[in-house]
Design a protein around this ligand. Structure first.
Ligand code: HC0
Ligand code: SF4
Length: 573
């Protein structure tokens, strides 16, 4: 440890800390703007400057390491003036349309202006007027709102290893953009939305599809149904001020009914169906010498990454559609037949923690009935906006229940929302199919948690199944490279595009750096997912009564011809 003083307060702190961390420990808040722990620690914006006795210039607290005897001042006149000038300069050419900004009241720049008591701007900047990039089905980029913090560049390059956005110098003006000023729609962007989650302002956002849903809801000719992904229920509450990790499944269902959806279904039901199909596919490939490892195919950001970077693995992908696409296809076939509603009159909305799912829903490979399996995908954030606009008092809603006849799901399906969950759900079912026995212990701890790549060897009778799980595309790249190099061999691999899995998807509520830097959102939300699993009656996909009924009445058995027609697809190189 070393001894330092901050604002006259004597402190003993570990020697590899930055001044920012040390101050935080002592409950002294230093403002930051570009800083995001573990993702962007570059000291570029200079909002966190502090005065150090004996040093010639002000120093950025987020990168400056503590040392024995340092005397630090965080609120001196020099420091205050420097921060104000920095902020006013940023504001001078920022497009200050807060009232109509998607991040109004959840903007780090806005918060900072309020906290630093900025009441007038001394500098008149040239406001930039650059074109909006809204050609991607998932991501909209507004360069006029960009403050050049580079968090999006770091997350895309270092965490996702996709590197489609970067800082470019244009004469004396630098900007963040794609190579050759292309649109995000024309570069190998995976649409994961991680750049949106880290953006402090409104420069990156999802394509807003709420109007399409309002229109459908107002159309008396349509039967509009909605389904919700596993991860939405453990994050939506954050949009209404509830603590991170709150479970709001029942309130979410009630809110959706109030919005006017004819039926509120659970994507989890289809996740159970996915396990039946994917488990069967895995066992078939193991038995018949098919392509191994089977790699999960439910994360559309991952699929797009695979298509661009690892086309040689496309035949390893499970042919299963992702659960919400399966559900859409089931609704427009089985449910349509059962209810007598024509598929053309059925409008399916998916509420997802994901921006890439907007792109996925448009893929021509996913339209079993001749119509798109899913009509519109909204993110968790967009759903929150609709609830607010409708004037629904979310926090005081009663708990609702998913609708019959498709409203039952298991704990195995809920855990899909956290990294390792699809693997664990599959193991719960495969173990029982192979052994013919029923197990009470359903936990597979080895595939849980936030380690980047997780491995497990599972013994079922005389079968030894080698499994691996990767989350975040950088980890996926590492894992695939090791398989390619012959250093690792697996039977079954789960890959999710987002770090932590869907709980940390690019469509989830955005927490500012002041929260994200010091709280592991992934673990807090995952904890809620596992609690939900524990609370449910059924915890294995093959026990889901609705799934059983679907096989009895419609599909026959997992992997049947009919199941293939509706529930499977193929992503060609
Ligand atoms: Fe996921 Fe899914 S678990 S991808 O992370 O598989 O988005 O939450 O809905 O479809 O079920 C996202 C979450 C889903 C799908 C499911 C899968
Ligand atoms: Fe990069 Fe993902 Fe953002 Fe595309 S959506 S620019 S891949 S971080």
């Amino acid at each position: 440890t070393v001894n330092i003083t901050i604002d006259g307060k004597k402190l003993q702190v570990e020697k590899d800390m930055t001044i920012l961390e040390a101050a935080r420990r002592a409950n002294i808040k230093i403002p930051t703007l570009c800083f995001l722990k573990d993702i962007n620690e570059i000291g570029a914006c200079r909002m966190c400057v502090v005065e150090i006795k004996g040093a010639r210039a002000l120093q950025a607290a987020c990168v400056y390491p503590v040392a024995e005897g340092l005397e630090i001042y965080t609120q001196s006149p020099n420091v205050r003036e420097a921060r104000r000038v920095t902020l006013e300069l940023i504001l001078s050419n920022h497009d200050k349309k807060c009232l109509t900004c998607v991040r109004n009241r959840n903007c780090e720049l806005q918060t900072l202006s309020e906290e630093l008591n900025i009441s007038q701007l001394r500098f008149e900047g040239q406001s930039t007027n650059l074109p909006l990039d809204n050609f991607s089905p998932s991501i909209v980029r507004d360069p006029n709102k960009c403050i050049l913090c580079r968090r999006c560049v770091s997350v895309c390059k270092d965490v996702q290893t996709v590197s489609v956005i970067s800082a470019t110098e244009r004469g004396f003006k630098s900007a963040i953009s794609c190579a050759f000023d292309k649109s995000l729609a024309d570069v190998p962007c995976t649409m994961c939305g991680q750049c949106i989650s880290v953006c402090p302002v409104g420069a990156l956002r999802e394509k807003d599809d709420t109007d399409r849903v309002w229109e459908a809801l107002a159309n008396p000719d349509l039967h509009v149904v909605v389904q919700t992904a596993p991860a939405v229920r453990v994050a939506l509450g954050e949009e209404f001020g509830l603590p991170i990790g709150s479970r709001v499944t029942g309130k979410m269902v009630s809110a959706l009914s109030r919005l006017g959806f004819a039926k509120v279904f659970d994507t989890d039901t289809a996740a159970d169906l996915t396990i039946m199909e994917e488990g069967t596919e895995l066992l078939n490939r193991l038995k018949n010498g098919g392509r191994l490892p089977v790699i999960t195919s439910c994360s559309p950001g991952w699929i797009k990454f695979c298509e661009h970077n690892y086309p040689e693995f496309l035949d390893n992908l499970s042919s299963c559609k992702s659960p919400h696409e399966m559900f859409g296809a089931v609704l427009k076939s089985y449910y349509a037949e059962k209810t007598g509603i024509e598929p053309s009159k059925l409008f399916v909305v998916s509420i997802m923690p994901c921006t890439a799912k907007k792109f996925e829903a448009q893929r021509p490979e996913l339209s079993a009935s001749g119509f798109a399996d899913v009509d519109v995908v909204l993110t968790t954030r967009e759903l929150a906006k609709m609830i607010k606009e409708a004037g629904i008092d979310f926090n005081n809603l009663e708990d609702g229940r998913f609708d019959d006849p498709m409203g039952e799901a298991t704990g195995a399906a809920v855990i899909f929302g956290a990294t390792g969950g699809v693997m664990e759900a599959a193991l719960r079912t495969v173990a029982e199919i192979v052994s013919g026995k029923s197990f009470d212990n359903v936990k597979y701890e080895a595939v849980r948690g936030i380690e980047g790549i997780k491995e497990a060897t599972v013994e079922i009778g005389d079968m030894r199944l080698k499994a691996a799980v990767a989350h975040g595309l950088g980890n996926a790249r590492k894992l695939l490279d090791s398989i390619k190099a012959g250093e690792a061999k697996y039977d079954f691999v789960e890959i999710m595009a987002c770090p932590g899995g869907c709980v940390n998807g690019g469509g989830q509520p955005i927490q500012p750096s002041s929260v994200r830097s010091w709280t592991d959102l992934r673990s807090e939300r995952a904890k809620a997912i596992y609690e939900e699993d524990e609370s449910l009656t059924f915890r294995k996909s093959h026990d889901n009564p609705i799934v059983k009924e679907m096989y009895e009445k419609y599909f026959g058995e997992p992997g049947s011809h009919k199941a293939h027609k509706v529930l499977h697809t193929h992503y060609a190189p």
